[in-house]
Design a protein around this ligand. Structure first.
Ligand SMILES: Cc1ncc(CO)c(N)n1
Length: 222
């Protein structure tokens, strides 16, 4: 089995995630600012828990070579990706302390705890399967938006978001995590019970990503 099989096993959910209207609107710059702000504030909180999940992957690794990979991902999250969030929030007059004090939305709690639980109760492969929709999905999304003829660059307030996820730094991280997951998946026969469990985890996390896009719109409507 490999990552492509995981995606194919939940293709419709994957499309709902990676072609969500949030992204179409983000690409052409029409996404309401309130929706994006709510998303980004929650994403900051999400990344804290997500970093813990990568730390758990370090803990679950057997040797230095295995540890290095999640450690690099963790470093990328803490040092690069969150900078995007902090800079956007600064523009809106929010300090990092303000962001820390925002309560986690239900979808943020649900998604991050699903990932942490997959890691705590399962194998390293289970944990990577739960992390994969995030890293691989945002990699696909960044590439797609950057190459789409519908993407507006001039005056688009979300340009930095697209540039971050299409950036070399992020794309290299995606490739590394995909290679690692593929290596682990290669040992799992497609018709095994482990394969079924891993597909279920991957699909659940993909659905959580869809719900994560929706959160901002729901907050706006209420
Ligand atoms: C919800 C979510 N999924 C994936 C990523 C990519 O790291 C992110 N920042 N947030």
């Amino acid at each position: 089995m490999n990552t492509a099989d995981l995606i194919a096993s939940c293709q419709q959910d994957w499309n709902d995630y990676t072609r969500h209207r949030f992204l179409i609107e983000l690409g052409n710059g029409t996404l309401p600012k309130e929706v994006f702000q709510h998303y980004l504030e929650q994403d900051y909180l999400f990344l804290i828990q997500f970093s813990r999940a990568y730390a758990l992957a370090v803990y679950k690794s057997d040797n230095f070579a295995e540890m290095r990979k999640p450690l690099e991902a963790l470093h990328g999250l803490i040092s690069h990706e969150t900078r995007l969030h902090v800079e956007y929030c600064e523009q809106w007059g929010l300090t990092e302390q303000d962001m820390m004090n925002i309560p986690e939305a239900t979808g943020t709690v649900a998604y991050t705890r699903l990932v942490l639980d997959a890691g705590q109760s399962g194998s390293l492969t289970d944990l990577y399967a739960a992390l994969a929709p995030c890293s691989i999905g945002y990699g696909h999304i960044g590439r797609w938006l950057a190459n789409s003829p519908n993407t507006v660059w001039e005056g688009n307030p979300y340009r930095e978001w697209i540039e971050t996820y299409n950036g070399e730094e992020y794309q290299a991280g995606v490739q590394a995590s995909q290679e690692q997951l593929d290596e682990l998946l290669a040992e799992i026969p497609d018709d095994s019970r482990s394969a079924a469990r891993i597909k279920k985890i991957f699909r659940s996390a993909t659905c959580m990503e869809v719900a994560f896009w929706e959160q901002g719109y729901e907050a706006l409507a209420s």
